[in-house]
Design a protein around this ligand. Structure first.
Ligand code: AMP
Ligand code: ZN
Length: 146
């Protein structure tokens, strides 16, 4: 798609350090890595959000993410663990609107982490959890929104 930096990388117009590609996805180094070795797994097709990813493409993104994780663990780069991260929508931190899976190698002291809300850690009452679960079950029982 015109103006999409990831489409430009896929088309070979914008340079990237590509580590893998196949018919469904490409994986390349994130230009502003959170930690050394930070990779992105990106569908070749321009798909902006999570809801638009066909199941076969999603499965490909996840399985190639697994292969990238394994490669990172065996690469000699610092990697004692892995985080997968996918931001869907601006509120979730998505800045490039071509869906992608972050594969982030982790090691103690890497300086990266998630910031938790102040109330995190309090166990929520079962009736509150049930109330939320009921809303989600109700949404699941409706046909998926197009
Ligand atoms: P997100 O905020 O989840 O949408 O992540 C977008 C990611 O794309 C960020 O981590 C950026 O550093 C990365 N990014 C943006 N432009 C490029 C580029 N030209 N090559 C590689 N990574 C990029
Ligand atoms: Zn694109």
């Amino acid at each position: 798609m015109a103006g999409c930096v990831f489409c430009e990388i896929i088309a070979g117009v914008t340079p990237a350090s590509v580590v893998y590609r196949d018919d469904l996805v490409i994986a390349f180094m994130d230009i502003r890595p959170l930690v050394e070795g930070h990779l992105l797994v990106v569908p070749n097709q321009h798909i902006s959000g999570l809801a638009d990813i066909p199941p076969s493409v999603g499965a490909g993104m996840f399985s190639i993410g697994q292969r990238m994780a394994s490669a990172l663990r065996h690469s000699g780069l610092p990697c004692a663990g892995i985080n997968f991260f996918l931001a869907d929508g601006e509120a979730a931190g998505q800045t490039v609107f071509h869906a992608h899976l972050h594969v982030i190698p982790r090691h103690p002291g890497d300086g990266f982490g998630l910031r938790f809300p102040p109330r995190y850690g309090h166990r929520q009452a079962q009736d509150a959890l049930e109330h939320q679960a009921e809303k989600i079950r109700e949404a699941l029982s409706r046909p998926p929104a197009q």
